[in-house]
Design a protein around this ligand. Structure first.
Ligand code: NAD
Length: 337
């Protein structure tokens, strides 16, 4: 398969390395308008300068390709996808699908109308903890979950060398750019979509984000389940992992994640008390390998990929619902977003 890689920023270079490690992909062309990113890609990562085009139009007119791997900033994703679809190319696009929900819906529809595969790289859900947790919850390890609490404390988007990036200048970027991973994880692990959201967001005086980087968010589900997300995105003390620390509570016990592992406990009124018994993780492929394998399989089998743009709208609904709630200081019905 031949691809055009758009965006040679930090994540684009990460993807370049992942694609070079495969023997079934050739990166036939690159698109990058910013000289600083071009120079770094050429001098430090061996990208041939003559294969880098300043626009996708120019790359498309001189390159035969099967798909576009889009690693541009969120505000650009729809432009790239629409141009790729118009040229008959599938799209593997970085999250978030868009920084605007109406645009996200429009672009997901455009891909479906064109009959092309459009997959969003929600890589977190391909990790061992989410895959294992979804499986053991589905097998009934703790019964039907009633509450899921996620805590996230990390110095998110701390890039002192590139102070003007969208991560630190745009409003609600932590929820838009990072929480889309955790909200997608909630949907995946709990295997249901929430129906309401209530969010309060704020900032710390020592933080480096223009947009709010701290929050407390509650989602309600039709089953009666509630999930909470509490976060400091400018944490300077102890840290969780990027997955966050999780506790899922059910009538038959709890499932916890932390950096050390995944744990099952059942202490209260249990015939056999279990305290933090390690849950053996499923063996999983590296995330980029798993995602590209899934994307290629969907093309080969002509089916919707996991994390299709259509499915991803439900994760984005949680993002934009939480932002709407934070702005309005009210609970938001997610089907109104
Ligand atoms: N899945 C993950 O874990 C993960 C991690 C980091 C970033 N990301 C995502 O990857 C994307 C890129 O992030 P980044 O950190 O590399 O951002 P970045 O700002 O470092 O790089 C983006 C690059 O895209 C270039 N660009 C801008 N407009 C373009 C256009 N029209 N065509 C081609 N290139 C263009 C910029 O000049 C820049 O070099 C974002 O959507 C981000 O959310 C995902």
């Amino acid at each position: 398969m031949k691809c055009i890689l758009t965006g040679l920023g930090g994540r684009g270079l990460h993807w370049l390395k992942a694609m070079k490690a495969r023997d079934d992909v050739e990166v036939a062309a690159f698109v990058e308008p910013f000289e600083g990113s071009i120079t770094r890609a050429v001098e430090q990562h061996g990208v041939p300068r003559e294969r880098i085009f300043p626009s996708l139009d120019e790359a498309l007119s001189s390159t035969q390709a099967d798909f576009v791997l889009d690693v541009t900033p969120p505000a650009v994703h729809h432009e790239v996808a629409l141009k790729a679809f118009a040229a008959g190319l599938h799209v593997l696009g970085e999250k978030p699908l868009s920084d605007n929900f109406e645009t996200a819906k429009m672009v997901a529809e455009a891909g479906a109308r064109a009959g092309l595969k459009h997959m969003i790289t929600q890589n977190y859900r391909f990790g061992a903890q989410p895959r294992t947790s979804r499986k053991v919850l589905g097998e009934g390890l703790i019964g039907a979950p009633g509450q899921c609490d996620v805590r996230f404390y990390m110095p998110w988007a701390d890039f002192p060398d590139t102070p003007g990036t969208h991560y630190v200048t745009q409003p609600f970027m932590l929820i838009n750019d990072m929480m889309v991973h955790h909200f997608d994880l909630m949907r995946y692990v709990l295997d249901q979509n929430p129906v309401t959201v209530q969010a309060i967001t704020w900032n710390q005086p020592w933080g480096w984000h223009a947009g709010d980087a701290c929050h407390a968010i509650v989602f309600e589900y039709a089953s009666g389940l509630r999930s909470t997300h509490v976060c400091v995105g400018c944490a300077v003390g102890s840290q969780t992992s990027w997955n966050g620390d999780w506790r899922i509570e059910g009538p038959g016990g709890s499932l916890d994640w932390d950096q050390a592992g995944t744990w099952y406990s059942h202490l209260h009124r249990a015939e056999l008390k279990v305290n933090r018994r390690a849950v053996e993780h499923l063996s999983v492929k590296p995330q980029e390998v798993a995602m590209v394998d899934e994307f290629f399989a969907a093309i080969r089998e002509d089916r919707e990929p996991e994390c299709s743009a259509r499915d991803n709208l439900e994760s984005l609904r949680m993002v934009f619902g939480a932002i709407a709630s934070a702005r309005s200081h009210r609970k938001v019905e997610l089907n109104s977003v």
